[in-house]
Design a protein around this ligand. Sequence first.
Ligand SMILES: [Zn+2]
Length: 361
Amino acid sequence: MQPNQKQLKTIHQTLGTCRWVYNKFIEINQLRYKNKLKYMNGYHFSKWLNNEFIPNNSDKLWIKESASKAVKQSIMNAHQAYQNAFKKQKGFPKFKKKQSTGSYYLIGSIYCERHRIKLPKLGWIQLKEKGYIPNYNIKSATVLKEFDRYYVSVLVDEKPKTIFKPLQTEGIGLDLGLKDTLFTPKGVHIKDLRKNKRLIILNKSLKRQQRKLSRKQKKSNNWFKQLLKVQRLYRKIKHIKQDIKRKSILPIVQENPQYITIEKLNIKGLTKNKNLANAFQQVGLGYIVEWLKQKCCEYGIELRQVDRFYPSSQLCSQCNHRQKMPLYKRTYQCERCGLEMDRDVNASINLKQATDYIVIV
Ligand SMILES: [Zn+2]
């Protein structure tokens, strides 16, 4: 902290008051012991100090000027020292001498901004190290003096963010398919990003700018300028895609299902296949999985993952019959029970029903 002159004075006064009160507590109890009187605990001492001692000693009114919580804590520290002595954990407390180091405790209206902290009786104090103290639910603070340096530490009551949660519905299977990107039994899906008009326009202009780049002399000034244009476009496209994906999955998470089951993606296997690799890059499934993990954590939803050899697209979701399903077939027609269903919807139901899975969140 960087307290100003006035704040320094207040800190020194408070440290002095706390020390004086601590010593007074010992003095009183030593006297009582000598006179065969019972030990006066912290609570009764505090009452006696405020209701009898200070009103009868007008020269001690300065005690009242210090933060009352700091004074009270100092009394409780002395009381605790006695308690430890009674339990024979330590010797009886000794008088505190004036020292170059010391600390006191504060409770109450404590607020923190990135660069300053507001403490009782001190007001806003500039902080030397900015952004270190959390700025929410501060319960208490300790002011510490170490020679010519002053520190503050805070205790934060961390409460989880409250999210409105509807009752948990049954589980959901998410088929991270390639054509429609994602399907659930209810038919929620991310629209094919390759059909998004804005993305089509941006992709066209990206291609044009890339062609321009290839015609420029490598590492020339103009080449670097053009490279920047290409990178900016690329970033813009990426952000739009991510935004669409997040907005599409959010309603699924907000439904608060008991669990969400996804497939383990075989990214290496997919990128080996040239056609699929292109489709894969278009949809960026890795991003969806990472984002899902984060959201499931936040909402307390179990995220399950089935092995990548689990034949979610080959099984019949009604009778469990298994048959070959080449990629061009978009409808599942069961050879055994006659079920007819969209390929991806069938796969997502299978995922939901899967019993062999690992829990990743
Ligand atoms: Zn069937």
